[in-house]
Design a protein around this ligand. Structure first.
Ligand code: TRP
Length: 336
């Protein structure tokens, strides 16, 4: 047992992680993993809320995201990375939470609404509408104190806190109300300069991109259309490349802004500086990734160990939950 506070966070396995995920949440997880007892959930059941007709992708995407986490710097000796579907107690707890959670509250959840729209669900399934309840179980079964996530998760965390208060009030104060931690850059713009970075919009730089892929993506990015000649004064506030300098190249950003406004640096030179800087971020990730590529069983072993560890914690909390609710028929400690 450790007296460190606990983190629980994670993602749906639906594809490769990109820089938006990194600055929105993954960098926080890496930074905090020594200070907190960290649990990272690969929410494969939640991924089925939108991909239930393609279960064959789940195991590939689960291994992919685990490899991305490890490449990004989550250390499996200190962070527990595990698979949601392998912990049936989470679904048991979600069933109990479902008894006192209002359907209307779920219907009005802004993230659920915008995802439903994005996926064209005019008639939401029971599982999709209820996934924030299951997410509350993911978090509370680990008695997490802190949840580092992107800003789209705020409504889910508010619901989780409400569920904890309600549960503790109805039964016994067993569960912990978690705090939310939003990343430094909650919304990284995509390469198109228009929307947030996302796989479905094909505007992302992936943590697994090679130097060549990165170079091509940055070179093709749109800059200030008013700059024809490199001596034309630029407008960094409307330039996607500059937006990335602001996030990833803090030591040089002030100089770049000044040079761009004066027409003292051309877009090609500015892009090359950014490529070097991003490549410096991705290079150690590529090196870490290589050991998993060379050793394909390793990621599965790490997930197996993490899932066993997580399962032990989940079983302990569920024993307390059942005891608090008085539904533990065969335990000699229970009443009756
Ligand atoms: N809803 C999160 C996402 O879409 C994934 C997730 C599932 C999660 N369970 C969680 C995040 C628990 C934080 C805590 O990315």
């Amino acid at each position: 047992m450790t007296d460190k506070k606990r983190i629980l966070t994670g993602d749906r396995p639906t594809g490769k992680l990109h820089l938006g995920h990194y600055v929105g949440s993954v960098a926080n997880r890496v930074r905090l993993q020594e200070e907190y007892d960290s649990y990272i959930i690969i929410a494969d059941v939640q991924a089925l809320t939108t991909n239930f007709d393609q279960p064959e992708n789940l195991s590939r995407d689960t291994l992919q995201i685990a490899e991305d986490y490890l490449a990004a710097g989550l250390d499996p000796r200190i962070s527990t990375i595990f698979i949601q579907s392998m912990i049936p107690e989470i679904h048991e707890l979600a069933a109990y939470f479902g008894m006192f959670t209002s359907v209307n509250v779920l219907r009005h959840n802004p993230t659920v609404k915008s995802e439903a729209q994005q996926h064209g669900f005019s008639d939401m399934t029971y599982g999709f509408l209820g996934y924030p309840v299951s997410q509350a179980a993911d978090i509370t079964i680990f008695k997490a104190n802190l949840v580092p996530v992107g800003e789209d998760q705020i409504p889910h965390l508010e619901l989780t806190r409400k569920i904890v208060r309600r549960f503790n009030d109805l039964y016994k104060p067993v569960l912990v109300e978690p705090e939310i931690l939003i990343g430094e850059v909650p919304r990284l713009v995509g390469l198109d300069g228009k929307s947030k970075m996302s796989k479905s919009l094909d505007n992302a730089i992936y943590l697994s991109d090679t130097t060549e892929e990165l170079r091509k993506k940055v070179m093709d990015a749109v800059t200030d259309p008013a700059r024809i000649h490199k001596t034309d004064p630029g407008h960094p506030e409307i330039c996607t490349v500059f937006a990335y300098h602001k996030v990833f190249n803090q030591p040089e950003v002030a100089q770049i802004e000044c040079d761009c406004r004066q027409g003292a640096i051309g877009c090609v030179a500015c892009k090359k500086t950014l490529i070097a800087c991003l490549d410096g971020l991705l290079m150690p990730m590529r090196e870490r990734r290589q050991q998993y590529v060379d050793n394909p069983g390793l990621v599965k072993d790490i997930l197996w160990d993490g899932t066993q560890r997580a399962h032990r914690v989940a079983k302990e909390t569920m024993a307390e939950v059942r005891e608090a609710m008085g539904i533990n028929y065969f335990n000699p400690r229970s009443n009756g």
